[in-house]
Design a protein around this ligand. Structure first.
Ligand code: HXC
Length: 258
């Protein structure tokens, strides 16, 4: 599949996806979201890829859904076409870790896309916001659901109800962002995280992702049970034997991802 709205490449163990609609600050449309879903599926099926890095440009990760495309849309267009969201959850359902490397604006659907990723690395210029209210719509792809889970109710209400932007420092303080680096380092930092992960067992990384995500879907008792089942299942992996033997033999583990 030839892509028009994203650029995809492999960087060692990382699959790198760059959103590429510079004329509209990477505004999201169905084509972009469909292409992103296709690229993620390819990386997920590729045994050489451990995790995916999703990024935009220095000015914008993504400035939201494409307002020009939405302006004349009817309810029927949006509802029957399942506007933007028909392939949206593909980022969430990707079983390998996905890291957002965010510089500049991550607004509306752009913020929601970043929040679907497992880790957000922010450049110093990053600005997060849910300014949909200014356009006469509420957030539609997770802003009112993932933002309170990530940053708490007060910040979510503040951002969604006022359209105020949150800078990188505030986003890190409230727990939306895990690391802040200089803008020009943001992709390298995300790729370095993938390099670190590549030294571990891929099935264990996948178990961890699945288990942490459970924390947002279920009760503590059920989540702990799910975690315990994953923990016990890991004793069926060759990588568990290798990891523990390597520790005891004072050498670096050589995980084979099985
Ligand atoms: C379409 C957009 C766009 C968008 C920017 N552009 N954001 N086009 N959809 N979401 C275009 C501008 O029209 C302009 O095109 C070019 O990108 C550069 O933008 P400027 O506004 O000139 O840049 P600047 O003054 O630096 O302001 C940056 C900005 C502003 C603060 C990010 O562009 C802005 O407020 N954008 C809209 C943000 C927003 O409301 N997002 C939520 C969308 S709704 P021209 O042709 O004039 O150069 C949403 C709902 C999601 O996301 C629902 C489910 C996914």
């Amino acid at each position: 599949m030839a892509y028009s709205a994203i650029v995809v490449e492999k960087r060692g163990p990382a699959g790198l996806v760059r959103l590429n609609r510079p004329e509209a600050l990477n505004a999201l449309n169905d084509t972009l979201v469909d292409e992103l879903g296709h690229a993620l599926a390819g990386f997920e099926a590729d045994d050489a890829i451990v995790a995916i890095v999703l990024t935009g440009s220095e000015k914008a990760f993504a400035a939201g859904a494409d307002i020009a495309a939405m302006a004349t849309m009817s309810w029927m267009d949006a509802y029957r076409g399942d506007y933007i969201t028909r392939n949206w959850e593909r980022v969430k359902t990707c079983r390998k870790p996905v890291i957002a490397a965010v510089s500049g604006f991550a607004l509306g659907g752009g913020c929601e896309l970043a929040m679907m990723c497992d880790i957000i690395v922010a450049g110093e210029s990053a600005k997060f916001g849910q300014p949909e209210v200014r356009l006469g719509i509420p957030p539609g792809a997770g802003g009112t659901q993932r933002l309170p889970r990530a940053a708490g109710k007060a910040k979510a209400m503040d951002l969604c109800l006022t359209a105020r932007f949150m800078d990188a420092a505030e986003a890190e303080r409230v727990g939306l962002v895990s690391r802040i680096v200089a803008d020009e380092r943001v992709v390298d930092e995300a790729l370095a995280i993938v390099d670190t992960m590549a030294g571990y067992s891929l099935p264990v990384l996948m178990m961890i992702k699945e288990s942490v995500n459970r924390a947002f879907e279920t009760t503590l008792t059920e989540g702990l049970l799910f975690e315990r089942r994953s923990f016990h299942a890991a004793f069926g992996l060759e990588d568990q034997k290798e990891g523990m033997n390597a520790f005891l033999e004072k050498r670096k583990a050589d995980f084979r991802h099985r």
